[in-house]
Ligand binder design. Structure first.
Ligand SMILES: [Fe+2]
Ligand SMILES: [Fe+2]
Length: 206
């Protein structure tokens, strides 16, 4: 496989001083690249991921770290994401070609590793599927997925919020399923129903 030149990533950090502490470095990096809104959203998801992890007995440190990192690729314009993924040897699915916004979860994984030096595979995996989930998710994947849906990045309160919050009192899986079913029920009106979300829903709704 073609090696990605390290300069490609170091260039992104020209002018940014990284400390090695993700909770400081991610917001610094995002603000430097003109994404203050994503920096605020990442703080909210990190806090929410920590809260959900504590509530369901998952690792709070990994959850918070994945929350900080999950949208760290927001600096890349949507229409450039498929090309960037290919440059970084990341496979791009046909559904992602049609809706390149979704590719940010894969790009965030690579940046988490290459720019922020994270090597915890559980954290990287959770970052990579935070938008869509996937088949056979870990509990950390589910925690970060749910946290991102609770602390959503649009105005107002998410339309599924009450249902999801109530379901979380039952279990993490119930909460995950509320959001996947919300997508499933709208699959014919969505521009793309990502295959990873489809597989997760099929598996969890059995
Ligand atoms: Fe995201
Ligand atoms: Fe997000």
């Amino acid at each position: 496989m073609r090696k990605i030149p390290a300069s490609m990533f170091s260039r992104l950090c020209d002018g940014v001083t990284l400390t090695g502490r993700v909770a400081e470095d991610v917001p610094t990096f995002l603000r430097y690249h003109g994404c203050p809104k994503t920096a605020r959203h990442s703080a909210q998801v990190a806090a929410e991921a920590r809260r959900v992890a504590e509530y369901v007995g998952e690792n709070v440190v990994q959850a918070e770290m994945a929350g900080w990192l999950h949208d760290c690729s927001a600096l890349f314009p949507t229409l450039e994401r498929a090309n960037i993924a290919r440059q970084w040897n990341i496979p791009v699915l046909p559904e992602e070609e049609r809706l390149p916004m979704i590719i940010h979860q894969k790009l965030s994984r690579t940046l988490a590793s290459e720019v922020f030096g994270v090597d915890d595979v559980l954290v990287l995996d959770a970052v990579e599927c935070h938008t869509t989930l996937k088949a056979n998710p870990t509990r950390l994947d589910k925690v970060v997925f749910v946290a991102d849906k609770i602390a959503w990045d649009q105005d107002g309160i998410a339309p599924y919020y009450q249902k999801l919050a109530a379901a979380l009192e039952q279990s993490l899986d119930h909460a995950v399923l509320v959001y996947l079913k919300y997508l499933w029920d709208r699959r014919h009106t969505l521009k793309v129903f990502h295959p990873w979300a489809r597989e997760a829903y099929m598996q969890m709704s059995l």
